[in-house]
Design a protein around this ligand. Structure first.
Ligand SMILES: [Zn+2]
Length: 149
């Protein structure tokens, strides 16, 4: 186990205790690795609906309501690409209002220009649920991330 081997430190305990013949220790909920783990670039860069939702905090990037869809800022029919810079979380009403037009055409505004997500988005995508005590260690743009996709 990492924490016993001195490669990681327990920062938060989840209240459970591990016992073995020789050792009793708090079961870790947050562990700081004292060496780097590299996430392959390919995995980090893969664009998925879930990753877009996490990046945009499940908020429609046009109106701020809860998003349930992803939208291509420049529609694919107009040459828009399926890239981080052209995909945003959107709610259904905004999605259908925009259709195959640009958001400027229909008088909508984009709240944040989309870009490749922060590293910690990949942690959230990988684990599904973020325990509240993890949030201080994840430098997410906004704290509420523990919503189901
Ligand atoms: Zn909307």
């Amino acid at each position: 186990m990492l924490a016993l081997g001195g490669k990681a430190e327990v920062l938060h305990s989840n209240g459970h205790v591990f016992r073995s013949e020789h050792v009793t220790m708090a079961a870790p909920s947050v562990v700081r690795l004292t060496y780097f783990v590299t996430v392959p670039f390919r995995a980090r860069a893969s664009l998925s609906r879930k990753a877009v939702m996490v990046r945009d905090n499940f908020e429609c990037q046009y109106c701020g309501r809860r998003a349930d869809n992803v939208d291509h800022v420049i529609p694919k029919s107009r040459g828009g690409t399926h890239t981080w810079e052209n995909v945003v979380a959107a709610c259904r009403p905004c999605n259908s209002r925009k259709e195959n037009r640009s958001f400027q055409d229909v008088g909508m505004r984009l709240r944040h220009p989309p870009k490749a997500p922060h590293e910690s988005v990949w942690i959230v995508v990988a684990v599904d649920r973020v325990a509240p005590e993890w949030e201080q260690y994840l430098t997410l743009p906004r704290p509420k991330v523990a919503q189901p996709v």
